[in-house]
Design a protein around this ligand. Sequence first.
Ligand SMILES: [Zn+2]
Ligand SMILES: [Zn+2]
Length: 249
Amino acid sequence: MPGATDPWDVARRRVAQQAHYLRNALEPAPGVCYVCRGPAGAEWTRCYTCDQHLRAAQALAADAVVPISYAVKGRQHAHALAAYKAKFPAREIQTNLLNLLLLFLTDHHGCVAKVARVQQWTHAAVVPSTRGRTGEHPLRTLIGTQLRFPWAQLTANAEIPPESRAFHYDRFFVTTNDLGGAQVLLLDDTWTTGARVQSASYALKRAGAARVAAIVLGRHVNPGYDGWKPILELIKNEPYRQETCAVHV
Ligand SMILES: [Zn+2]
Ligand SMILES: [Zn+2]
């Protein structure tokens, strides 16, 4: 039977069913930030916000940022990325996101590793919730035991207001020992400003991690902001393609 030998066959079909509302991140170009794939000024290759974060974090910023898909505010992927965190999330939404993430990791972890100069992943981590949620992060719960490497644990600094959208050197603390030389796959659901991801990368590297590559399920898009219009125009009729990624090799 064709395809029967591909263990990812079911996941591929699951993700294909989401293709009509998922959108691949655009290639970096003038006007498209090479870090977050959001809008940059017409002649710029990185956006003001990423520029600020990179100036602050320097070499401790993430070595790669890889959005799996855009998540347009008010549309289905953005909805799913909020809804999976509900107290009683719909199984369908969880299954969709989990398949999207695991299939992406299977197909494209080599692309991410190459651009981040990772030789071998040693740890995974999720960016902690800063909204006073207690217990395990929903993304980590969703992934469960599906990754082969140990988790590096980050904890949010309770003294920083959760609504802060700024980069903070001390926003997160690492509570895992022996991260010296670690090569970390840092996962988050939504990238809005990137401040939380870059603060998490900073904390991981300060704790000894050598490399941090961030993969986010959704690059938040605010269609009410004029700066997004050229990007929205380019992606509107481009259903998601599994065979490529934001840093495809
Ligand atoms: Zn950016
Ligand atoms: Zn790829």
